[in-house]
Design a protein around this ligand. Structure first.
Ligand SMILES: [Zn+2]
Length: 286
């Protein structure tokens, strides 16, 4: 398989940042092989690669920082790049946050699909797990074992009557990603909303772009949902995005996660890339 980029540039107008509430446009440009997924903060003229080396750990979103310039909430866009196998892009943005749109990855998928994806002349590389990589922190566990495909199994345990303990397994390829994951919206516990607002966050949050898990154990806005296990599917959407921070390569292996989130995804990827070089190899995807 070969690396890819988009066939032509395009713009997405006027989305709103989930946390900042700021309105901004995104301009997407094709990029050459081995360029990777790179953001350009045009108002500061700083280029930020979507790479774990530039991540500042944060529990609520994935945040890049370079030369004191930040871009937050990159994970859904990055997830669609990984899900659709897009390795190289230059994304211009004028503010600190990628817009949330409908809370899923759908608009990115739709636009990438409209303009089309083209192959470049360099082989597509992947990280193949060759020995078990195990990470745990408190009650959070992530581990990866050797396999010939990219399988994600994610389990959650929420104090919410409609969700509770659940597990979902997902084989990552473009078709499965589009059918099973890309529409999964972000979510929020109703009880956390006042605290998040007090912290100056979720200024752009709404009942249209986030599933609200109500205190009484119901879904506050079930009308915006596609699946009843959508929060679990969104956790996988986030993880597929966060794991693409590993030099924008797909990870080939069985990946098991329990209760992990953005900060622990980042820590796992940093641990894998920097401390477990004997437990994976870089391969050309066939
Ligand atoms: Zn998310």
């Amino acid at each position: 398989m070969f690396q890819t980029t988009i066939k032509s540039p395009f713009l997405i107008n006027g989305g709103i940042g989930l946390h900042s509430g700021q309105k901004t446009n995104l301009a997407f440009h094709p990029a050459p092989a081995n360029h990777g997924i790179v953001f350009h903060r045009t108002d500061k003229d700083v280029f930020l690669p979507a790479n774990y080396r530039f991540v500042r750990p944060s529990t609520l979103c994935t945040l890049l920082i370079k030369d004191d310039v930040e871009i937050q909430t990159i994970e859904h866009l990055l997830s669609v790049c990984n899900g659709m196998g897009i390795d190289n892009l230059l994304i211009e943005i004028k503010s600190e946050e990628v817009p949330i749109f409908d809370g899923s990855g759908f608009i990115f998928y739709e636009k990438f699909n409209q303009v089309g994806v083209k192959e470049l002349e360099q082989p597509k590389k992947a990280i193949k797990i060759t020995d078990t990589v195990y990470y745990e922190k408190n009650d959070i566990v992530i581990y990866a074992t050797e396999a010939n495909q990219s399988n994600f199994t994610f389990s959650i345990d929420f104090e919410h009557k409609q969700i509770g303990a659940q597990e979902f397994s997902f084989l990552l390829n473009e078709r499965n990603y589009i059918e099973q994951i890309v529409r999964a919206k972000t979510f929020c516990m109703e009880k956390d909303i006042p605290k998040l607002k007090e912290m100056g966050l979720i200024k752009g949050g709404s009942k249209e772009n986030a599933i609200i898990l109500a205190d009484d154990g119901h879904f506050e806005n079930i009308e915006v949902m596609t699946w009843l296990n959508e929060p679990n599917l969104h956790k996988i959407l986030d993880q597929v995005g966060d794991f693409f921070l590993a030099d924008n390569m797909r990870i080939i292996g069985n990946i098991y996660s329990h209760k992990s989130g953005h900060a622990t995804h980042f820590e796992f990827i940093r641990y894998l890339m920097e401390e477990c070089s004997d437990k994976y190899k870089i391969v050309n995807l066939v």
